[in-house]
Design a protein around this ligand. Structure first.
Ligand code: GLU
Length: 504
């Protein structure tokens, strides 16, 4: 393996980071850490028209929540900085000029109106207009005009862009770490703009220049950038720079298995597509995030790792450290990865079981506090140990365990109808006497004494246990009844049975 692995995550701050973007960051992070390399964050903000002010902070906060921090980036180890392309603005022109000088690029003066007219005209004839080898010498550019004419236009302050002069009819052979060998005939490519009339480089130029200057060894990015690979490969050739290795990650597909999972799918399909909640200040709308929806970041990361990668075994639960150990680009698949929201919940439930009861109690206590409830930490820890198996989110605890904190205020009507018979109140009164007599009020002891009474009285087990459960819980749910009794104590147990007798 390459001795000095340097990878980068290079998002454009155009809005909140989609979970596909987090997956790209994650794979870069895993690859870097696996090879003792460096994970760089570069903000690609050259497109001023799409710039969103709070997006960079959102990206950085997301990486932090996911526990995949960058080693170099804005404000951190700025060895090859600055790491925001807008702050590197002045650096790119010289590279565009170098390409012009070496006949790899040219000035183009065509106005948007002119180009639109060509497009329209072509369309009307059933053709597509492509700015390329085929027609470039008929257009307004430095390949078609004389040196003097070009100089005159530039001196007169006419707007121009710089386009790449794509070679004609060459077979370009490229290697992708995931997809293998790819080849393309350069005649199918257009002459992409490298430098815009607003004095900013385009993504293509800035990306290549920065990857070179930042000594990036591997470019790991989404499949949507695969069509740019030929141009990028040609740019490395044009600059006579060593190209990094490329790996294009498969798309993340909608749960139906067709179509890319988009930013808008979250609201439409009922699950978050963003790591964190995002407030769109302009539009005033809010998109939900995995964090706020109650997902553990390690569960989220574990789920993401499996979108397009697998370890080659049946095992599915991996901590971040374990992922670093087993991650391998060779095991990334070529085909799209179907996103499964239920599986994401499953991961959360699995991680729930791995969390300590004390950590979960800390989180649940915040919810209890909102309800004005304050209990001993050790009590809540015990509650959690009894219900966590059935919980997916911390927010489920209240539903699963409210009766540990409050006397039920209403009772499940269906269950009452079925289980609370005419003879029940008398039985419950007798039961109260039995319970009062129990001195050592622990689960095992209560169980033994209550069961003994039931069999001596020759009453059906359910005839006692179901109404008892209704009295204590308000519904026919919850963990082992005798555990509940021990937890809430003798006094509350008797009170609740009495309550039920009075109310039902
Ligand atoms: N700025 C590009 C993006 O938004 C980066 C693509 C790449 O990694 O080359 O995804």
């Amino acid at each position: 393996m390459t001795d000095n692995v340097r990878v980068r995550f290079a998002p454009s701050p155009t809005g909140p980071l989609h979970m596909g973007g987090v997956r790209t960051a994650l794979f870069n992070y895993l690859f870097a850490k696996k090879h003792n390399g460096t994970f760089v964050l570069r903000i690609e903000d050259t497109d001023q028209t799409r710039y969103v002010a709070n997006a960079e902070k959102y990206i950085i906060d997301s990486l932090e929540w996911c526990n995949i921090p960058f080693d170099e980036g804005p404000g951190k180890n700025e060895k090859y900085g600055p790491y925001r392309q807008s702050e590197r603005k002045d650096l790119y022109k010289q590279y565009a000029d170098q390409l012009i000088k070496n006949n790899w690029a040219y000035y183009a003066f065509d106005t948007n109106e002119e180009l639109d007219a060509y497009r329209k005209n072509n369309e009307e004839n059933g053709k597509t207009f492509i700015y390329n080898w085929h027609n470039r010498e008929k257009l307004q550019n430095s390949l078609a005009l004389s040196k003097d004419e070009v100089q005159k236009k530039i001196n007169a302050g006419e707007k121009f862009v710089i386009r790449f002069k794509t070679p004609q009819d060459e077979i370009l052979v490229m290697e992708d770490e995931i997809r293998g060998t790819i080849s393309v005939n350069t005649s199918t490519l257009d002459d992409k703009v490298l430098y815009k009339s607003d004095g900013m480089p385009t993504y293509h130029l800035a990306n290549i220049v920065d990857d070179h200057l930042m000594q990036i060894s591997h470019v790991i990015r989404g499949e949507e950038w695969l069509p740019s690979l030929p141009l990028h490969t040609l740019l490395y050739k044009a600059f006579d720079w060593k190209s990094p290795k490329f790996a294009h990650l498969p798309l993340i597909l909608k749960p139906v298995g067709k179509g890319k999972l988009s930013k808008r799918d979250g609201d439409k399909l009922g699950f978050p597509v963003f790591p964190l909640k995002y407030v769109n200040e302009e539009k005033g709308d809010i998109s939900r995030g995995y964090k706020e929806d109650g997902y553990f970041s390690d569960a989220f990361i574990n789920m993401l790792a499996f979108l397009g990668w697998n370890p080659g075994t049946e095992r599915e639960l991996f901590s971040l450290t374990e992922l670093i150990e087993v991650f391998d680009l060779q095991r990334v698949s070529k085909s799209g990865a179907k996103f499964n929201p239920d599986k994401t919940k499953w991961f959360n439930q699995q991680y729930m079981q791995l969390k300590s009861n004390t950590e979960l109690s800390d989180a649940f206590e915040l919810i209890l506090a909102e309800k004005g409830l304050k209990f001993e930490h050790s009590y809540t820890e015990k509650v959690i140990s009894l219900v966590k198996e059935r919980a997916i989110f911390v927010s489920d605890f209240w539903d699963l365990a409210s009766f540990f904190y409050e006397t039920p205020s209403d009772y499940d009507t269906k269950a009452v109808k079925k289980q609370w018979k005419e003879s029940t109140p008398d039985l419950m009164k007798e039961l109260i006497i039995v319970i009062e007599s129990i001195i050592d009020f622990n689960s095992e002891n209560i169980e033994e004494i209550v069961k003994k009474w039931i069999s001596e009285r020759e009453i059906g087990f359910g005839k006692v246990m179901q109404p008892l459960r209704l009295s204590l819980v308000g519904a026919l749910k919850g963990p082992h009844l005798f555990d509940i009794m021990e937890m809430i104590g003798k006094k509350a147990t008797i009170e609740r049975i009495q309550n039920a007798i009075n109310n039902l």
